[in-house]
Design a protein around this ligand. Structure first.
Ligand code: FAD
Length: 417
């Protein structure tokens, strides 16, 4: 029976391994950390419900995730409740902002950017805002919109963002699960469990005529007919894994041209809710692009807000004090006498500093659309590629990781036939 080594046990690695096993291929999955899931990580110790350190939304009613949740009887529902905005430091609701022509321009941009046609001298969304004289006070709304791609206004490319959203196949609705998001990976995990090897940090991938040889940080050697690499783009960019022979020029250009944002989620637990019961999300902050009511739709009364923060280097304690100050001002509360006494604890999940991920997810940067295919192409006859960044249309999502796994599995099956 031919054997394939899978590097990484995130959504892509688990799925590709399962598909290969289903086709009578022996697999061994080498995972650097002590857990499966990678950027899917439901933490159960922080509150009386799981907080989602990584993926938390099912993006799209047509997505593979929605089908999988249905098939597993995992209840999920559309994100409901009020969406509020921080504007010039104060909380505003949608209705009150509708009087403002610049806010209306933002809403129009949100609806229409899919149809954007390239303009001279515009690359990033920030270029677009400058060229169209959008006042600075409104930039945080755009930053929150673009922040969903895990990157800032100056990093996301207008044309590639438009292209990505035009080609997005999975529908516009967003859902949250009532149970831990990691349950979506459970069927794959169960199927491949016996083939998982934890704490195997692959540092060398060597390809020769008849197979592959992988060497870990600890010097262990694994051999097989082929390997599939599913590690994050950021790790590839740091040459964390050495390839022998070296990767083609085209592959290396793809690795350096594509981009992945850095960021973190900080969970803030309070003794009680100081927000209206209907609140679902707040956008437009300057410390956090977005705040979510983490337990929304879950069976809990505990008061947890998630702050989604892009690329800030400050230590947790300092960031928490900045977040509390932003929230106090937004809600018109006195920081010292009203908000701080309600604050209980925080949890900082910094993906940019996570050793085996090193970032959030890939985003629509300049030329990204063109280079995803090059990132996905097999290297020689023995090395295959999967992972969210390799999917042209669904990058940055769990369904993207799954779709990439399906592609890689069929390439491997074809080549081993
Ligand atoms: C904060 C955040 C929020 C997100 N929100 C959503 C969302 O709401 N909805 C959504 O669909 N998606 C979301 N995503 C994106 C989604 O989580 C990812 O696209 C997807 O999980 C990536 O899966 P993957 O298998 O490609 O990579 P990963 O999950 O990164 O898996 C790669 C695995 O490889 C391992 N590894 C790395 N290096 C080595 C090595 N050298 N040797 C062995 N193993 C190695 C890693 O430990 C990891 O387990 C979010 C991501 C983040 C970080």
């Amino acid at each position: 029976m031919p054997k394939v080594l899978v590097v990484g046990a995130g959504a892509a690695g688990l799925r590709v391994a399962k598909l290969l096993l289903d086709n009578s291929i022996e697999v061994e999955i080498l995972e650097a950390s002590e857990r499966v899931g990678g950027r899917v990580w439901s933490i159960t110790e922080f509150a009386d419900f799981p907080v989602e350190a990584g993926a938390c939304f099912i993006h799209g009613e047509l997505s593979l995730l929605a089908h999988s949740a249905q098939a597993q009887n995992i209840p999920f529902s559309e994100v409901e409740g009020s969406f509020q905005y921080i504007f010039q430091g104060k909380l505003k609701n949608h209705k009150s902002l509708l009087q403002d022509p610049c806010f209306k321009d933002f809403l129009e941009f949100r609806e229409a950017y899919h149809y954007y046609e390239a303009e001279e001298s515009i690359s990033s969304v920030a270029d677009f805002l400058r060229k169209h004289h959008v006042p600075n006070a409104y930039w945080p709304f755009y930053a929150a919109l673009v922040g969903a791609y895990g990157a800032s206004l100056k990093d996301v490319d207008m044309s590639n963002m438009a292209l990505s959203s035009q080609n997005w196949p999975d529908g516009a609705k967003n859902f949250r699960l009532k149970r831990p998001f990691s349950e979506l990976l459970a069927p794959d995990f169960t199927a491949v469990q016996a083939s998982l090897r934890y704490k195997k940090v692959v540092r060398l991938v060597e390809q020769h005529e008849s197979g592959v040889r992988l060497i870990t940080e600890q010097g262990e050697i694994f051999e097989a007919e082929a390997a599939v690499v599913t590690v994050s783009l950021a790790l590839l960019q740091q040459n964390f894994i050495q390839f022998v022979p070296p990767l083609s020029e085209n592959k290396q250009t793809a690795i350096t041209t594509l981009k992945m944002g850095k960021g973190r989620k900080i969970f803030l637990k309070f003794k009680q809710k100081f927000w209206p019961p209907s609140l679902a999300e707040i956008t437009g902050g300057s410390v956090a692009q977005e705040y979510w009511v983490e337990g929304k739709g879950k069976n809990s009364q505990q008061a947890v807000l998630t702050a989604f923060i892009l690329d800030r280097p400050e230590p947790e304690e300092l960031l928490v004090s900045l977040l509390l100050a932003e929230l106090a001002s937004a809600f018109g509360l006195d920081l010292e006498t009203q908000l701080k006494p309600l604050f209980e604890k925080s949890l900082d999940v910094n993906w940019g500093g996570s050793p085996y991920i090193q970032g959030l997810y890939s985003y629509p940067s300049v030329q990204a659309h063109r280079y995803r295919r090059a990132l996905a192409l097999p290297s020689g006859r023995r090395i295959f590629w999967a992972g969210e960044a390799t999917d042209r249309f669904l990058f940055g999502t769990v369904q993207g990781a799954w779709a990439s796994a399906e592609r890689a599995a069929s390439e491997i099956l074809e080549s081993l036939r």
